[in-house]
Design a protein around this ligand. Structure first.
Ligand code: AHR
Length: 327
C-alpha cells in the first residue's frame, strides 16, 4: 500500500519554502499552538489491555510529568465510539493539544476534524486515520509512529528464509480497520509474493488481544491441520497462539514456527525458550519524541507529515541480551 505522505510532505515543503514554518500552519488552516512553559495535554489512548499500550501510556505520562505538563488521559477501552467521545470531552476541557492513538482508521476521522474546528492541534500517535479523509499538515499536525508495512515485510522475509520458501501459514490479524492490521498484512503479503510455496491458508482477526488470539488460533489450527507457521500481527496474539499450539498437541518452534511484531518481554522470553521464532520491534516509547515534536510545532517549525520511529528485530541471536530492557 502506498502512503500519501511523500506527496503531503512535498506540498508542505513547498509551503515552507514560500513563507517559512509558521506559514505552513496558517496556510493549511491547522490550529496553531502558542509557545508556553507548560501545557494542558490530552492523550486519547485506544485501550490498555496489553503490555504495549501500558508501556506507551507510561512513556507519555512520565515525559509529560518530567516537563511539568498537565496530563489529561482517557482510555477508550477498545471502543472507537468511546474514543470519539473522549476526544470531544478533551475539546470541552480546552486542552492545548491532543495526542490521539486512533483505534481504527475511519471512525476517528470526525474526532480529528472536531478538534481542528475547535482550534486544537492534534498529533496522531502510533496509528493513522483514513488519509483520503484527513491529511497530515492540513487536518492534523503529523503522524508519529513505525512503518507498519516494513514491519510486516520484515516478518515475511524472516519466515521465507526460516521455512526455505515452503509454508502453510495461519495469519492472526490485528483490529479490523486499524492501520497496523491493514499495513502489517500488506507488508507480509508483499514479502512472500515471490515464493509460490509460501501460502496463507487461513486468517482471522484476534483484535491484538492474547486470549482472542488463542481462541482464533485454536479454531484455525483445527481447520488447517497442515499449517506449519503462524504470523501474528502482535506479540500478545502470538503468545495466545503458543497455548493453542500446545492444546492442539503440537510443539511451537518445531511443528509450527511463530513470528510476530512488537518486542514484548513475554515474546523475547518465548524466543529464548525456542517456542517463538522472531518478532519485529514496534517501539511503544513515544513520550520524548511526542513532546519534542509538540515543542517544534509551537516554535513554528514545519513538521514532517510522518515522524518515523525506528524499529529493531529480535530473534535467537539477540533476545537473551535484550530481554532485561523489554517491557
Ligand atoms: O498500533 C500498534 C499496535 O497496537 C501494537 O502492535 C499492538 O500491540 C497494539 O495494541
Amino acid at each position: 500500500m502506498l502512503r500519501r505522505d511523500l506527496f503531503s510532505w512535498t506540498a508542505a515543503a513547498a509551503l515552507t519554502a514560500l513563507g517559512g514554518g509558521r506559514a505552513l500552519a496558517q496556510a493549511s488552516g491547522l490550529p496553531k499552538l502558542a509557545q508556553k512553559a507548560t501545557y494542558k495535554v490530552g492523550f486519547a489512548q485506544t485501550e490498555s489491555n496489553n503490555p504495549w499500550r501500558i508501556a506507551q501510556t507510561e512513556s507519555m505520562r512520565s515525559e509529560a510529568a518530567k516537563r511539568g505538563h498537565q496530563f489529561v488521559y482517557t482510555d477508550a477501552a477498545a471502543s472507537a465510539a468511546k474514543q470519539v467521545a473522549d476526544v470531544n470531552s478533551m475539546i470541552a476541557q480546552r486542552v492545548d493539544v491532543i495526542f490521539l492513538a486512533p483505534r481504527e482508521e475511519k471512525p476517528l476521522v470526525p474526532a480529528v476534524m472536531a478538534a481542528k474546528r475547535a482550534g486544537i492541534p492534534v498529533i496522531l500517535l502510533d496509528r493513522r486515520v483514513d488519509e483520503t479523509q484527513a491529511k497530515a499538515g492540513r487536518d492534523y499536525v503529523c503522524f508519529i509512529g513505525s512503518d507498519f508495512i516494513a514491519e510486516g515485510r520484515r516478518a515475511g522475509e524472516w519466515l521465507v528464509k526460516e521455512m526455505k520458501g515452503e509454508a502453510s501459514i495461519i495469519e492472526l490479524l490485528g483490529t479490523t480497520g486499524s492501520s497496523p492490521a491493514n499495513d502489517r498484512h500488506a507488508g507480509f503479503a508483499e514479502a512472500i509474493k515471490a515464493s509460490p510455496g509460501m501460502k496463507i491458508v487461513a486468517g482471522q482477526s484476534g483484535d491484538f488481544v492474547r486470549d482472542k488470539g488463542r481462541q482464533v488460533a485454536e479454531t484455525l489450527l483445527q481447520a488447517n491441520g497442515a499449517a506449519n507457521a503462524i504470523y501474528a500481527h502482535n506479540d500478545e496474539m502470538a503468545i495466545g497462539a503458543l497455548a493453542a499450539i500446545e492444546a492442539a498437541g503440537k510443539k511451537a518452534g518445531k511443528d509450527i514456527v511463530v513470528v510476530s511484531v512488537d518486542g514484548t518481554r513475554d515474546a523475547l522470553q518465548a524466543i529464548i525458550a525456542g517456542t517463538m521464532g522472531a518478532t519485529v520491534e514496534c517501539n511503544p516509547k513515544f513520550g520524548p519524541k511526542a513532546f519534542e515534536t509538540m515543542d517544534r510545532y509551537a516554535r513554528g517549525e514545519a513538521i514532517e507529515p510522518w515522524v518515523i520511529n525506528q524499529d529493531r528485530f529480535f530473534d535467537s541471536s539477540n533476545a537473551q541480551q535484550l530481554v532485561a530492557d523489554a517491557y
